[in-house]
Design a protein around this ligand. Structure first.
Ligand code: URA
Length: 279
């Protein structure tokens, strides 16, 4: 087939084969578009351009003596403002429903631009357990509910086998309420901006125990950099913003178990330890 004869469908199929399966914006990067909407000149992406989360109010920064501040400084300032904004919103929310509405209206995290839905926590508002994963995947992004894909089904089986009812006993959530494009690892800034929402969910749900599914959730909430293999297998403690100490368990993420079935015995022993303490 001659290149010029390629249809839009052929090109799309080629993109999918090459792994390009996410739309990140309406315009291509590194191209200039004429007023008529035609790409006209191919240019290098401007190095100093700041990609700023939409709707974020960024305080004007003092210009340094040498001229403009580097873009990274502006981005860091935008992240600091977004974190502050998230913390203030959290203080306004006196129930999980109120917090959900505030998170849905929050514009301080650019992940919202590429996600289909906001995936807020789901389950009992007065649960025995709060379970925390990393971020929604493709299935959760479509459904708007955490842990409904393959990992979610495995989690349901584990909970049931340990004698917990997902709907009655659990509130399930993630560090991030928006899916990172292509399931990439969340950045430190994205985690920092969204963390106040997670911490407030735990405060409002006030569970008997917190279950941290995987290293990312455990590192974010326990504020450490320990590998999950060193954190699991014992009782830990999570401290809420208002000073309450809640027993916590860090264990493997169900997605890891789908790839490493040999580790299932370990997550099972973690849930049995949990069952002994929380009946
Ligand atoms: N993995 C997660 O960490 N969270 C989900 O909601 C689904 C998969």
């Amino acid at each position: 087939m001659n290149e010029e004869n390629l249809s839009a469908g052929d090109i799309l199929a080629w993109y999918v084969l090459a792994g390009v399966d996410e739309t990140l914006g309406e315009l291509p990067f590194g191209k200039e578009i004429s007023e008529a909407g035609q790409p006209v000149v191919q240019v290098m992406q401007k190095p100093a351009e700041v990609v700023r989360p939409v709707g974020l109010s960024v305080q004007p920064l003092q210009e340094s003596e040498e001229g403009r501040r580097p873009a990274t400084t502006e981005l860091a300032q935008a992240t600091i403002n977004a974190c502050k904004n998230a913390r203030e919103l959290c203080q306004q929310a006196q129930s999980l429903d109120e917090l959900k509405a505030l998170v849905e209206g929050f514009e301080g995290c650019a992940l919202k631009l590429t996600a289909t839905r906001t995936v807020f926590g789901y389950g009992s508002p007065h649960p025995k357990l709060v379970l925390v994963g990393e971020a929604p995947g493709a299935d959760e992004d479509r459904a708007g509910i955490p842990f409904v894909g393959r990992s979610g089904h495995l989690l349901d089986l584990i909970l049931k086998a340990a004698g917990f009812d997902r709907e009655k006993d659990c509130y399930i959530t993630n560090v991030l309420p928006w899916r990172p494009p292509g399931n990439r690892t969340p950045t430190t800034a994205e985690v920092a901006v969204c963390l106040p929402f997670l911490r407030r969910q735990i405060e409002l749900a006030s569970p008997e125990a917190v279950i941290l599914l995987g290293g990312s959730a455990a590192n974010a909430l326990l504020e450490n950099e320990e590998p999950i293999s060193r954190m699991r297998g014992k009782w830990l403690e999570y401290q809420t913003g208002d000073g309450r100490k809640i027993p916590a368990i860090a264990t493997f993420h169900p997605a890891y178990l789908l790839r490493n079935a040999a580790q299932k015995a370990k997550i099972w022993s973690d849930f049995l330890r949990l069952r002994k303490k929380i009946s």
